[in-house]
Design a protein. Sequence first.
Length: 210
Amino acid sequence: MKESKFLLKLLQLDLQAHPPGAPVTKIHIVAVPTRSRTHQLGLFLPLSPEPERLEITLARIENTVGEERVGAPALVDSHRPGAFQQNRFVLLEASGALKVGAETAMRAALRIFRPPLAAKVELREKRPAVVICEGARKSVLALAGPFRAKGGWWSESPWARDEWDVLIPALRPKYESSFAMSKSEKEETALYRIYLDLRSSGWFVEGVYD
């Protein structure tokens, strides 16, 4: 950026978040030259906020909630469920990560329940046969698994679990349970991820595939 008012505001917010511990006797300012920012906007893409104003907004949020609470989640190289790290938020256009018109392969997405839904599972030949969750009893129509994952045995928070993908009649929200389904209406099915926590011996419904 080259606008002095934006630079001054960022400096004020940074000094407010990190006040000097002693009287200021000298100030050093270093300007690093770089190429001007240029990018082609798409005709059918929503406009992004100006990077300068976004930086000020992020600085104000950091000043209020703390620097460690602001950023963008990113996956880490780990099999631990839900593992992520927080990186500094950067606009996709500015980072060059946005490719207009790029073709992406269709993939199934797992919609995670946070927190996971506690469940009871009845086994038949050591395989899930019935899932009891949210007050409903659902028979397993098809399944795949188990997929065992574990780690952290060297740390204070080890984890281990067996995962199954099960096809069962869809779990409906509690507020829909009072409405009776008509006889002509066919019950919908959905593919869920369930797992057995090997440390607590508890079953959970982790999410549903879209």
